[in-house]
Design a protein around this ligand. Sequence first.
Ligand SMILES: [Zn+2]
Length: 132
Amino acid sequence: MKAAETKVFRTALIAMRARLRGDVSAMADVALRKTRSESSGDLSTMPTHIADLDSDGYEQEFTLTLMASDEDTLNHIHSALERIRTKTYGICEECAGVISKKRLEAIPFAALCIRCAEKEENQYPTQPGQPR
Ligand SMILES: [Zn+2]
């Protein structure tokens, strides 16, 4: 992939990471302090239906679940930025084939081409980490 092309994805990944980080800290505020009335500005990044829930217990559980998957996504984004740095971005980590641009546009942090991702899902549904 050309440098000019990776630049677009790099920008998207950095924006994604910034938003996720912002959301994680804003959510942590809500989940841990449970005083959503005083953190007015931060809540603008959250879907309103979460902020509007009446049950604090439910809200806390739900928010912490969201945070866990955000951490996962942040790790994927970090690896993708690392691959851009080492000029291996857009190359499948499994078969060294090219990951289609369409797939990268949908999932900028994809590490596998669609075929390997499907194979992986079918064969190793709980395999931890990523193959190098
Ligand atoms: Zn592949």
